[in-house]
Design a protein around this ligand. Sequence first.
Ligand code: CTP
Length: 401
Amino acid sequence: MFILVGVTGGIAAYKSVHLVRLLVQQGHDVHVIPTDDSLRFIGLTTWEAISRNPVTTSVHDDVARVRHVTLGQSADLVIVAPATANTLAAMAAGLASDLLGTTLLATTAPVVVAPAMHTEMWRHPATTDNVATLRERGVLVVGPADGPLTGGDSGPGRMSEPDDIVAAALAAVSGGPLSGLRVAVSTGGTREPLDPVRFLGNRSSGRQGAELALDAARRGATVTLVAASVDAGVLDAVAAHPRATIENVETAAQLGEAMGRAAASADVVVMVAAVADYRAASVSERKLRKEDGPLESIALVPNDDILAGLAAARRPGQTVVGFAAETADDDLLERARRKRERKGVDLLVVNEVGWDTGFGAGGNTVAVIGAEGAVVAEATGSKAAVAGAVWDAIAAARGIR
Ligand code: CTP
């Protein structure tokens, strides 16, 4: 592979000598692009000797070959290690003030950054925002690790070890452990209309399903996310991912149809959406008015159980995963076990909901029930962390390591 290694001005640059060496030893064609500032730490001669390729820092060298564009265009992979707070800010802003900046704008290859800085700088809201922006654009952020820093202090900010950066970067190119897998995920809460302006709905934010879709895409899967009503901004990162497609729906019936289509070619089906169990028996064509007389009841009819239907119709080798939102009480797990059997799914992820937990909340606590009702995974944390644990359980159930 043609690999570019950007080296920016931090003391961790010395570790990148080993990183370049590892890549060269594995047979890759490695081109180092140091920033001027980084040359105070490691000189040009070292990079040329280790990479076995000429090294320059300037857009004005080799102008005839338009070096700042050709390097970026030729790259199969770009690694920036160490990535200083300044470099992350420049990348987020799209600055092209040196050869590394222009190259990063010219490339369509996967970009991996290994941040290195003091803890205070890493935790500064500006850095947090810049890292979030880069992640949304698909940049893979490796580390930083938690440990002793150069100033004698300790905390998150240490550049990850070169072996870890190389492993993560090569996995990013090969597409990750779920590469080739087709995944269908549903999320959000359905809205069942009563008249043109009113509906029966629920409090689902769609966040957990969006995190599941995003995590699968980042692990290499091709993802269809069928989204009923979700909170603002929840789908942004999924929409930005090149391996994810979003289909927006409103009612349970529409969600069922869209999931049916997506499931027809999916290897894994995950139903996270909060689907209304009932819809209005009849939907008024015009707005219901008070002058029509008092509305004392609304006649409801049951919706199909989409998950049970998908499980019954599953393709050979397909894994079907359901979610169950249960309010906490003594037999939460027992009820979840019965629900898994009743719906005929491979895995049931049970999460506790209440007035201030589960729906809409930032974090989640889940248990994953597998064959014979065994608890195969448990996780508590952010919805992103829970999504990771659920995919670990799905991958384990499919024998993916
Ligand atoms: N689900 C579905 N179709 C429905 C209702 C629910 O596909 N009409 C799916 C949800 O997406 C979720 C799972 O079924 O994956 C669990 O839903 P839940 O409402 O908890 O299950 P119910 O069978 O409705 O049980 P309960 O009576 O406890 O609400």
